[in-house]
Ligand binder design. Structure first.
Ligand code: PEP
Length: 256
């Protein structure tokens, strides 16, 4: 279902003590000043259980707060030293998994075919995928950005049934805007979000397309989140750097 969502991707940041303090801080303020948006914390794997536990013990009025893994393996289990399976993630109380973040695509050479398998294993284990797509600066300069996004979405997601597809969250994150301080303009972001929604409509029909949340990611911060989230096809954000400080993350959550 289409919802306003603000998800914080902590990447490889925060010790256990820092992680707990950040989540408690955000939740405490949210309980006094609630938000209509869905809030998702995506801490490193080692903190998932603790974060999920803190959330589950929080007051009812912050019940729209969830925990996501930043990735999951494409196999159910087996000899994959150092890796974490979807079943393990689910077993510690997480509900979502980010799949296909550009840092995974770049540093770990994850391609659309592999990501399609991760999407499947996530669904099999009842984790809701937050599927990331985004073009490089060269692709945008060469006017290839629409083709890149179309390929990432078609190859990663279009094998899904309409029923499963309705549970996908998409994050459009132009690679040139991630962690760079450079944000897509609201017009650039809206143009791509509308393009993505149109792709979904062609594949699954208009009603389904209207029901999918499409988040923007890439140097989203309190100073630009309001205008980005005001765009008709932007349903929230996947937030990196600005999710590491409670004050900034809360300001973004309250940007709708
Ligand atoms: C991200 O990692 O998904 C992200 C959008 O990072 P940042 O907000 O720091 O650009």
């Amino acid at each position: 279902m289409r919802q306003q969502i603000v998800a914080g991707n902590w990447k490889m940041n925060k010790t256990a003590v820092e992680a707990e303090a950040l989540v408690r801080n955000v939740i405490e303020i949210l309980s006094k000043n609630p938000s209509e948006s869905v809030v998702v914390f995506a801490p490193p794997f080692v903190h998932l259980q603790r974060v999920a536990q803190i959330i589950s013990q929080s007051p009812v009025h912050v019940s729209r707060v969830f925990t996501a893994a930043q990735d999951c393996h494409w196999e159910e289990s087996g000899a994959y030293t150092g890796e974490v399976s979807a079943a393990m993630i689910k077993s510690v109380g997480a509900t979502h998994a980010i799949i296909g973040h550009s840092e995974r695509r770049t540093y770990f050479k994850e391609n659309n075919q592999l990501l399609a398998r991760k999407i499947d294993v996530a669904f099999k284990n009842e984790l809701l995928p937050i599927y990331c797509c985004g073009e490089s600066i060269m692709e945008r300069k060469n006017d290839h950005h629409f083709k890149t996004i179309e390929k990432q979405i078609a190859e990663g997601l279009f094998h899904l049934s309409e029923n499963d597809f309705l549970n996908v969250i998409i994050a459009y994150e132009p690679v040139w805007a991630i962690g760079t301080g450079e944000t897509a303009t609201p017009e650039q972001a809206q143009e791509m979000h509308a393009f993505i929604r149109d792709l979904l409509s062609q594949k699954y029909g208009g009603e389904t397309a209207e029901n999918i949340s499409i988040l923007y990611g890439g140097s989203c911060k309190p100073s630009n989140s309001k205008v980005l989230f005001a765009q008709p096809d932007i349903d929230g954000g996947l937030i990196g750097g600005a999710s590491l400080e409670a004050e900034d993350f809360l300001a973004i959550i309250h940007s709708f």
